[in-house]
Design a protein. Sequence first.
Length: 133
Amino acid sequence: MAPTHIEHIGIAVKNLEESIPFYEKLLKTRCYAIEEVKDQKVRTAFLMIGQTKIELLESTDPEGPIGKFIENRGEGIHHIAFAVTDAGESLKDAESEGIRLIDKVSRKGAEGMNIGFLHPKATGGVLIEFCSK
């Protein structure tokens, strides 16, 4: 299942309240949504640039994935997400091609999307996410 476009770029930040104004000024757009995804231990904020979103990610727990990412690497690009018709099927397709997965099945993410991640050790160090509605 081929991706249709870049759905969003995820950027890990220490503090949404400090980061949102910077990105709004830089990108000349407004943050249109903030939500917490409890099972991923993260708060997200979204800004739209053309057809692509910027997702700012703030950890709600230092032991969560974003908390650990920032501790190890600092703030910065965390992942790139591709829009697909069916995230679960795209994960199966990737696995059938021998690509190592983080998620064997899709799960719920921000904005009600179905999401699943490929392992960065299989993708040249890039954390790739598949997203579908």
